[in-house]
Design a protein around this ligand. Structure first.
Ligand code: URA
Length: 194
């Protein structure tokens, strides 16, 4: 983690951060992954979405949220007038796909966290959207998305709203009602920012 902290701190731009993650050899997830999945969307957007880790499609394409969950995410964003072409920036807690999409381990999350923290600093969003339990764990230090969702918290000095992960919504479509309420909450907060 010391090495990760130093490497992350030394990065003065998003491009430098990406390069420093490409060169980082201390996380064993890298060995099983095809591609580093760094980000998508607009750097400098007001909203930054933090997902969990790449899945199969993301690993192949090197882009976050491009599989089924990502397509749902795009529809959710579109419902409140947001999109990755102009108004959101997207990344994940882990930049490499865990083998067989297993949950990332706490030591893997801790190892890569300095890069995530620096990523947020450099992208400098006004609001964070924390997708699912792994991201809550990484950014809020706790799990329990059912309890945490829809309530503004603070992460890395910024307002942050936990939401159900779109992959969870694909399995539990009845929970889309809650997701919709949380999206409206995000939209209201954005509007209040002016
Ligand atoms: N799920 C995530 O959390 N992130 C992705 O990039 C894809 C699926």
């Amino acid at each position: 983690v010391q090495l990760a902290t130093e490497a992350a701190k030394a990065a003065g731009s998003l491009e430098a951060l990406r390069a420093s993650m490409e060169a980082f050899e201390e996380c064993e997830l890298k060995r099983g992954a095809r591609n580093l999945v760094f980000s998508d969307g607009v750097a400098g957007a007001r909203v930054m979405i933090v997902g969990e880790a790449p899945g199969r499609e993301e690993d192949l394409q090197g882009k976050p949220f491009v599989g089924r969950a990502g397509q749902l995410l795009d529809r959710m964003l579109a419902a409140i007038g947001l999109n990755r072409a102009s108004t959101v920036y997207i990344t994940n807690v882990l930049p490499w796909r865990p083998p067989q999409n297993r949950d990332p381990r706490p030591d893997e999350i801790a190892m890569m966290k300095p890069f995530l923290v620096r990523h947020i600093e450099l992208a400098d969003p006004d609001l964070l959207v924390i997708m699912g339990n792994i991201s809550c764990d990484a950014l809020l230090g706790k799990r329990g998305i059912t309890r945490l969702r829809g309530k503004w918290a603070e992460a890395e000095g910024r307002p942050a709203i936990p939401m159900f992960h779109p992959a969870y919504l694909l399995r539990q479509p009845a929970m889309k009602r809650e997701a919709w309420a949380d999206l409206l909450e995000l939209q209201a907060r954005l509007k209040a920012l002016g």
